[in-house]
Design a protein around this ligand. Structure first.
Ligand SMILES: *Cc1c(COP(=O)(O)O)cnc(C)c1O
Length: 467
């Protein structure tokens, strides 16, 4: 909404929300003593807190969006037929229209699609290069017998590098891998945009195009993790000269055209509480996926979702690609991040699309990585103000499949993830104030000891004690 004729000398326009609030959800307020007790009972793992005891829930932006009245109205139009639900066809049509892929298989969420894809494409001994790993994606690749190889640019591992596209793939690293193991050992290149584990950092469309040309010359497919591709499209619009005047929907479509298919968690960009899909352009692969889907998810026209859920996602896709929406969504994240930067708090820069990442190595330098500084920081933020964040460091990184040793990731982060259309600017202010308070008292904090470690994706259920 800009009107040149009436523009004031103030050049900056706020990211203000392109919606108003129709329904509210009251929150419980807790005391510090109650929160100390709750976090100890949760083994200092924010995943094990009860949501009731949380004031501002920044654990994840997954499935936590507020749906619009248009989406809720669509829920009443659920066609709960076992086969051939009209909501499936609406969903299929919108994915084809906005993402541009040919064949769509719905799944209950993103990892359902990752499971099917990995089973179809990966054989034991294969290598899967990608721009930094994602937890569930890499696990499915490894369970299928593959080895994930990180080919992201070095800047991605440096929390302080200001590179505008820290999600880019290093073409030399990729070429070296292909030359070393052979193209026939690489079923596909796993490209994510934005890159969650690097801090919500985008990949440029120029880089993806170059990767696509390289991949084509070797006959290797590219599969996109499209979970936050709309947010990625926003950064392309903001940072790549040729795309400045293009609509988000146009950029998204071109972006996806440099890939051969995607896995998708609808719980992020697509503004729903549950849902996902696998999309493929190759008919033969689609046939295989359609065969497997009935084992793991459901019939190929519902894939683990109710008809109403598919309708909500079909409508969520339409809303997610609107320029006003994505500008306000990323704008709110930038608002929180800028406040923390102004106050000298160490965070990953540039500010990403869906979250602010506190740099626990600089925040708590006295705690060695074996004593889980990011895990401790997340627990402390909860005690401080009832804010729930998530560890994205050594606990999330897990252990090497080969040696059983801990991975020691460069990045030891706490993620403050902003749900879409849920919290207000006052919530962001309070969050920044709480982080600042913990930062002020940071010298008093010590590390943690892990007292229970689950076998898979340990960050979800591990338990800790104060040292
Ligand atoms: C959330 C997420 C997934 C997994 O999706 P689920 O819906 O949680 O199963 C995969 N990749 C990325 C980048 C994600 O953020």
């Amino acid at each position: 909404m800009t009107d040149a004729k009436h523009s004031s000398p103030r050049r900056h326009r706020s990211w203000a929300e392109p919606y108003k609030i129709k329904v509210v959800e009251p929150l419980k307020m807790t005391t510090r003593a109650e929160r100390e007790q709750a976090i100890a009972a949760a083994g200092y793992n924010t995943f094990l807190l009860r949501s009731e005891d949380v004031y501002i829930d920044l654990l994840t932006d997954s499935g936590t969006a507020a749906m619009s009245d248009y989406q809720w109205a669509g829920m009443m139009l659920g066609d709960e037929a076992y086969a051939g639900s009209k909501n499936f066809y609406n969903l299929e049509e919108n994915i084809q229209k906005y993402y541009g892929y040919r064949y769509i298989v719905p799944t209950h969420q993103g990892r359902g699609a990752e499971n099917i894809l990995s089973q179809i494409l990966i054989k034991p001994g294969d290598y899967v290069p990608g721009n930094m790993y994602f937890t569930t994606t890499r696990l499915h690749q490894e369970l299928a017998g593959g080895t994930f190889v990180d080919v992201i640019i070095d800047e991605a591992h440096d929390a302080e590098s200001l590179h505008p596209f820290k999600g880019n793939i290093d073409l030399q690293k990729l070429t070296d891998l292909i030359e070393r193991v052979g193209a026939e050992r690489i079923p596909y290149i796993s490209v994510a945009g934005t890159v969650n584990m690097a801090g919500g950092q985008p990949i440029s469309i120029a880089n993806l195009r170059a990767v696509y040309q390289l991949a084509q010359s070797y006959g290797i497919r590219i599969i996109l993790d499209a979970t936050r591709a709309v947010e990625n499209a926003y950064f392309i619009q903001q940072r790549e000269e040729d795309y400045r005047n293009q609509a988000i929907a146009t950029i998204l479509h071109e972006f996806c055209s440099y890939t051969d298919g995607c896995t998708m968690s609808g719980k992020k960009d697509a503004l729903v509480n549950i849902g996902g899909w696998l999309a493929l352009n190759d008919y033969n692969l689609y046939e295989e996926a359609r065969n497997l889907i009935v084992i793991y998810e459901g019939l190929h026209t519902y894939g683990g979702m109710a008809g109403r859920d598919m309708e909500a996602m079909a409508r969520g896709i339409e809303e997610s690609v609107k320029d006003d929406h994505i500008r306000a969504r990323v704008g709110q994240v930038e608002y929180l991040g800028q406040k923390l930067l102004d106050w000298g708090i160490p965070i990953v820069v540039p500010i990403g699309g869906h979250a602010i990442y506190l740099d626990a190595k600089r925040f708590l330098p006295q705690i060695p990585q074996d004593e889980f500084p990011a895990q401790r920081l997340a627990a402390e933020l909860y005690v401080e103000a009832g804010i729930r964040a998530m560890e994205r460091g050594i606990v999330s990184a897990g252990r090497s499949k080969q040696t059983g040793d801990n991975y020691y990731p460069e990045l030891e982060l706490v993620r403050l993830t902003i749900p879409r259309r849920v919290y207000t600017q006052a919530h962001m202010d309070l969050t920044a104030e709480a982080v600042e308070e913990v930062y002020y008292n940071r010298d008093r904090l010590c590390g943690l000891k892990m007292i229970y470690e689950p076998k898979y994706l340990r960050f979800f259920q591990a338990r800790f004690e104060l040292l």
